[in-house]
Design a binder for this molecule. Sequence first.
Ligand SMILES: *[C@@H]1O[C@H](CO)[C@@H](O)[C@H](O)[C@H]1NC(C)=O
Ligand SMILES: *[C@@H]1O[C@H](CO)[C@@H](O)[C@H](O)[C@H]1NC(C)=O
Ligand SMILES: *[C@@H]1O[C@H](CO)[C@@H](O)[C@H](O)[C@H]1NC(C)=O
Ligand SMILES: *[C@@H]1O[C@H](CO)[C@@H](O)[C@H](O)[C@H]1NC(C)=O
Ligand SMILES: [Zn+2]
Ligand SMILES: [Zn+2]
Length: 311
Amino acid sequence: MMISSRASPLLLLVLFMFMFSPSSVLSKPNEQGFEFLKHLEGCHKGKNLKGVHELKQYLEKFGYLHYKNHSAHANDDEFDDLLESAVKTYQLNYHLNVSGSLDSQTVNQMIKPRCGVPDIINGTTRMPSGKKKHQHGPLSLHTVSHFSFFDGEPRWPADKTHLTYKFISSVEVVPLQTLRPVISRAFAKWEAVSQFTFAEVQPGSNSDIEIGFYSGPHGDTRSFDGPRGVLAHAYQPTIGVFHYDADENWSINPNTYQVDLESVAVHEIGHLLGLGHSGEPNAIMYSYFGRGQVKRDLQQDDIEGIQTLYK
Ligand SMILES: *[C@@H]1O[C@H](CO)[C@@H](O)[C@H](O)[C@H]1NC(C)=O
Ligand SMILES: *[C@@H]1O[C@H](CO)[C@@H](O)[C@H](O)[C@H]1NC(C)=O
Ligand SMILES: *[C@@H]1O[C@H](CO)[C@@H](O)[C@H](O)[C@H]1NC(C)=O
Ligand SMILES: *[C@@H]1O[C@H](CO)[C@@H](O)[C@H](O)[C@H]1NC(C)=O
Ligand SMILES: [Zn+2]
Ligand SMILES: [Zn+2]
């Protein structure tokens, strides 16, 4: 009783701050994932429209924009040169018309659910960077690979071919007995085409990789965004972290409102091993992934990617 009467002014203050803080307003776009981008359809350079700064945040989050010390426009609604060039790079990556404006195809691509790992890590390369390394003879754009690596091509050391993983979640979304075979099958896909073997260890043990469900900001560099939007993320070697966004509807047999656990695991394991995103829509390493979609098998592009990285 004593504690509650002493705490109550503080509780009231906290409650007051919660009810009136800008974060309850700011969290609104997140409830619809990236749907806020729809209001910007038709927007182009020179326009000043409410919501353009959120487009900047989107492109910054996924590696296309690095305002910081280039421009005063980082946090305003001005569609400036830098934003236009970021939109163009995005359009190149996703095989859209390179108009630099937010046409309907571009908006429709951007609002799809996706992986939280940026497409371009350092702002210097375009996503399908495998292209350069695999160009045999003259420009033959139809036969090139589209896989990419993280900046600096981080990979597991040559003598580290057996990797251990454990499950640690902040929220139980899927029971461990359901998750375990899903993750095991996903690792087996990469085992079949690489030097790697994988084994689960108990939660108390040391492991190379940690896998689990987390919600919102959760102590790493990439906060989740609530329902929709970003589905999951993982880090490059040798960090060994793969998180599912706990606020999505996860399933082992998805309907049109659910996301397939195994497909997303196969993708995120690609990041754990050192692959970046691919510009090839059929590849496992393609950034976007739909609700209800099932894509669990590695494609030629993914296999070439991993085999090139660990040649
Ligand atoms: C940008 O930031 C870096 C490091 O923070 C700094 O060294 C550099 O001088 C800055 N460039 C400009 C143009 O302000
Ligand atoms: C590109 O532009 C043309 C003509 O404006 C249009 O017909 C086509 O659908 C566009 N394609 C994409 C992928 O946006
Ligand atoms: C970005 O790329 C440059 C040039 O390749 C490199 O020197 C720098 O370390 C990279 N930065 C990061 C954060 O990886
Ligand atoms: C989860 O599924 C329900 C229907 O079962 C749907 O209304 C809701 O929007 C879905 N949530 C997400 C994040 O997709
Ligand atoms: Zn990804
Ligand atoms: Zn995380």
